[in-house]
Design a protein. Structure first.
Length: 257
């Protein structure tokens, strides 16, 4: 059997995760969605693109504030969840496309706001994806990138990546905060930043992921140990039989020159 490509892993993981991902508390958090809206500074004339839109949560959050919001994703099952969300909410000024973040099927300058959330750590070429976001964003428009970030300490970052890859085989590498900011400066973008935490309990986290069953004990042991020795460089604490994790995340927003 041929070795699966990274695209195969993304399609497999997110097809299976689609339903649980669409209702996960850490993904649907209204507080974070409000922060993203504030960073984008939308108005009723804006046309928004959400790259790797998943189940359409960000698109539907933007919809009341803009003329139109489009979501594009690689995984059909995620787009099915997005259409369902929009229908359930009665949101009409939205649209959905299937496509690749590296080759967006839109002309230059098609959108006044281009956003992506929690996608870069699944991409093998985040710099290329940001360049493509810039291409389809009109001059004077807004680029917004939201993602969890790895610790700056290289040993802790390596441990972080190992357990995240076990937990979700479609994980590539979370950038550190300095690396994420470096993507913007390297692209000639001056970004504002807002950091926040994504709290989640370990069992809830694992309930919507599909690691190899043989790795579940190793994942749990790693997070449990991190509550004692901080090996992952992110806040982890144990309370009885519960392990509480706080992923570190940032919203970076910049005007397209």
């Amino acid at each position: 059997m041929p070795t699966p490509t990274h695209s195969d892993l993304v399609l497999d993981q997110f097809s299976r995760q689609a339903r649980a991902f669409s209702v996960a508390t850490m993904i649907t958090d209204e507080r974070v969605l409000d922060m993203i809206i504030d960073a984008a500074q939308p108005n009723q004339d804006d046309i928004v693109l959400d790259v790797a839109c998943g189940p359409g949560i960000v698109v539907c959050a933007f919809a009341p504030h803009v003329r139109k919001a489009i979501g594009i994703d690689f995984t059909p099952a995620m787009l099915d969840q997005a259409r369902k969300r929009a229908a359930d909410k009665g949101v009409r000024n939205v649209g959905w496309d299937q496509g690749d973040a590296y080759s967006l099927p839109y002309p230059e300058g098609s959108f006044s706001i281009v956003v992506t959330r929690y996608s870069l750590h699944h991409l093998e070429q985040p710099k290329k994806a940001l360049r493509e976001m810039m291409r389809v964003c009109a001059p004077g428009g807004r680029i917004v990138v939201v993602d969890a970030y790895a610790p700056e300490d290289t040993a802790k970052a390596a441990a972080y990546h190992r357990v995240e890859k076990l937990r979700d085989p479609s994980h590539v590498r979370a950038l550190s905060l300095s690396e994420l900011k470096g993507l913007f400066t390297g692209a000639g973008l001056a970004a504002s930043e807002m950091v926040y935490q994504l709290p989640v309990e370990l069992n809830d986290l694992l309930a919507r992921a599909f690691p190899d069953t043989g790795d579940l004990a190793k994942i749990a042991a790693t997070f449990t140990a991190a509550a004692v020795d901080n090996r992952l460089g992110i806040p982890v604490r144990q309370d009885g039989d519960k392990v509480h994790i706080a992923y570190q995340a940032v919203i970076l927003a910049a005007e397209r020159p």
